[in-house]
Design a protein around this ligand. Structure first.
Ligand SMILES: [Ca+2]
Ligand SMILES: [Ca+2]
Length: 160
């Protein structure tokens, strides 16, 4: 029986590994939310969406100051002594430049946390939002094809 359990554990481990997902990337926040943070610069914004969906999660919506604080707490605690990772969040103005929308809710931005002089829509080609460039967790718009890390959260529509 123990052998079977061991085997199942191993298989699970390899399945998780082959998905490219890492258990260690899950974090529980002070607000008791579960975030998945991929710190490596491996995914463009659309790839990030796909990865979150594959985990039955959503790319994170940061629509309040409380959520910003919660997320900053997780990042500052867990990436304390390393360079802050560059992480996509779920905002984009791809459909209509200048009109930013949260992917998981479809809602237009009301609360924002842009860094100074952002969003600058550099070269008329920045339509996706990320954090990590500035230490205070403020936002920057970048080209959506840029490969960064990302943050997912448990789907909003699911009971938590
Ligand atoms: Ca833009
Ligand atoms: Ca920018």
């Amino acid at each position: 029986m123990e052998r079977i359990a061991c085997f199942i554990l191993l298989v699970t481990y390899f399945v998780v590994q082959s998905n490219g997902l890492t258990e260690a990337n899950y974090y529980t926040s002070p607000m008791n939310k579960i975030y998945y943070i991929e710190p490596q610069n491996k995914y463009n914004w659309f790839g990030s969406l796909t990865e979150c969906t594959r985990m039955n999660m959503s790319i994170i919506t940061v629509d309040s100051a409380e959520k910003t604080k919660d997320l900053n707490d997780v990042i500052n605690t867990n990436f304390k002594d390393v360079e802050k990772p560059l992480l996509y969040i779920g905002g984009s103005d791809m459909a209509d430049n200048g009109k930013y929308v949260w992917h998981s809710t479809g809602n237009e931005f009301v609360y924002t946390n842009w860094a100074e002089y952002e969003p600058n829509n550099f070269e008329d080609d920045e339509h996706c939002v990320h954090i990590g460039l500035y230490n205070d967790g403020t936002w920057n718009d970048v080209k959506c094809s840029l490969k960064l890390g990302f943050i997912c959260e448990v789907n909003k529509n699911e009971p938590q």
